[in-house]
Design a binder for this molecule. Sequence first.
Ligand code: NAD
Length: 254
Amino acid sequence: MSHEASAAGRVALVTGGASGIGRATAVRFAAAGARVVIADLQEDLGNAVVAEILAAGGEAAFVRADLTREEDTDGMVDFCVTQYGALNWAFNAAGITGTPAPFHETSLETWRRLIDVDLTSVFLSMRAELRHMVHNGGGAIVNASSIAGLSPTPNLASYNAAKHGVLGLTKSGAKEYSGRVRVNAVLPGATDTPMIRKYMDDNPAIQGEMRAEPGTGHFADPDDIAAAVVWLCSDESRHVSGVSMAVDGGLLLH
Ligand SMILES: NC(=O)c1ccc[n+]([C@@H]2O[C@H](COP(=O)([O-])OP(=O)(O)OC[C@H]3O[C@@H](n4cnc5c(N)ncnc54)[C@H](O)[C@@H]3O)[C@@H](O)[C@H]2O)c1
């Protein structure tokens, strides 16, 4: 079965779809024939992605959501149902990196913010998505973790913990809803998005180190991650659930 055949008529939700990896995935979902809902804080950028998809002949809509608020995560799923009558696939991509600091200098405020945006948001998003999917013929969920979810990045203890936690939520969902909803995680390596560019601009000391990383020797394109996410949602991966799929050019092996 081709991607076109398996995506046609499906409704795909992308959190954090206004930028970077989420944006690339929204565009790819639409190109494969899915109707796409983008949920994000950034209204202008989100609407620009919708306009791009519509201009290419696809279907998409934007809903503003702060994913740390349960009324917003519940609201984005309601929006999918109102707008397109269903929710089949979800990619939970929204996240932030935070400001790097040694573990012993990390403030409680930084910790709480990171856990809220990068972990609680995934819990709330998954909960809302599962509530719909379990009563409406199942579905597929993909969560954005990171290679930092397996191998920690120095000076990002809160981010590392949140991304490890995302794998815990992924496996919990995959086990509990086995046979009904597939839940997988994608673990990008360094990927060329506004997030990583800002992180490198704010922290010039790590730039040389990141560019010199082993592996493919270059940053992933957001579309490299999007391709994996679309496959993990499609029927072609129908027997795949609970996996932590690194898309990092082999970086984790070094
Ligand atoms: N870029 C990388 O190198 C890299 C590597 C590993 C993992 N990741 C993960 O991939 C995901 C996407 O990252 P990206 O690089 O595309 O980042 P990005 O900054 O380009 O996009 C993230 C999007 O999330 C949205 N967002 C943030 N907080 C939100 C909130 N509370 N409510 C709603 N929307 C919110 C932002 O507005 C933004 O549009 C993140 O979870 C990130 O941790 C990225």
